[in-house]
Ligand binder design. Sequence first.
Ligand SMILES: Nc1ncnc2c1ncn2[C@@H]1O[C@H](COP(=O)(O)OP(=O)(O)OP(=O)(O)O)[C@@H](O)[C@H]1O
Ligand SMILES: [Mg+2]
Length: 281
Amino acid sequence: MTAPSVAGPAIRVQGLEKSYGKLDVLRGVDFDVARGSVFALLGSNGSGKTTTVKILATLLKADAGTASVNGFDVAAQPENARGSISLTGQFAAVDEVLSGRENLVLVAKLRHLKQPGTIADDLLGRFSLTEAGARKVSTYSGGMRRRLDIAMSLIGNSPVIFLDEPTSGLDPEARIEVWQAVKELADHGTTVLLTTQHLDEAEQLADRIAILHQGRIIVNGTLAELKRLFPPATVEYVEKQPTLEEIFLAIIGGAGKSDATGPDNAADTDTNAGHATGTNR
Ligand SMILES: Nc1ncnc2c1ncn2[C@@H]1O[C@H](COP(=O)(O)OP(=O)(O)OP(=O)(O)O)[C@@H](O)[C@H]1O
Ligand SMILES: [Mg+2]
């Protein structure tokens, strides 16, 4: 971990511009992320979320504007900026052949940390993967893989974590498990910037939400502030239809958590619908 060089926001983005050929993706993006907070960058497909994250992670250079992470300018001090971050990409990067625990131990060893086994066991516990720790990742459900992926990104205690669409491609139950993992990060004081296409995800997790649209941040505020921007809904007396997600969670609600299941039936569960009642931050 790299100590912050200055006080101030964990992430500061000012006037960021980026084009791919004739396609102007970012046209002057500005936002700050306070230390220890969860910030959601919301936008539809192709709005430039991954582009923004890549610039912040020093994987891509901006055409104009500035960005700093943990007080380090990503263009002028990329090594320091990189030392302050951890990135979980849009697709899980865990090794299928290894067990969950082996994946964690490997990353801890690569980072030259002492007691990699202790670090692995601690993270397995924090992300409800202790029972599944010895099993090959190829037997894990999508939600378990993402949780492991997030746990791996925590090794080394980076003060800032980028999660690019942490729940893309997951079913509602697995999304809730990943939400729990993100809340776990936030509870430990890590600054989290996550991208998502889903308002409900931002609602669940974020202290602040910014909407990226046509190359600019068109709204940036707390959920309460965002809600005030919309006129109050007209009340209509119609029977409320449950959402597919509510039906799904009601049906599977009785099943128990199955991190302990063996490879034979690993695909069918990993259920903990109780997570659905987790409180919002
Ligand atoms: N290397 C590249 N070369 C050319 N065009 C690119 C490149 N990377 C991204 N784009 C284009 O830039 C736009 C923004 O892409 P980006 O991946 O940042 O969007 P996104 O908001 O992350 O989208 P998604 O929700 O689909 O992940 C898209 O139109 C994309 O096709
Ligand atoms: Mg993307």
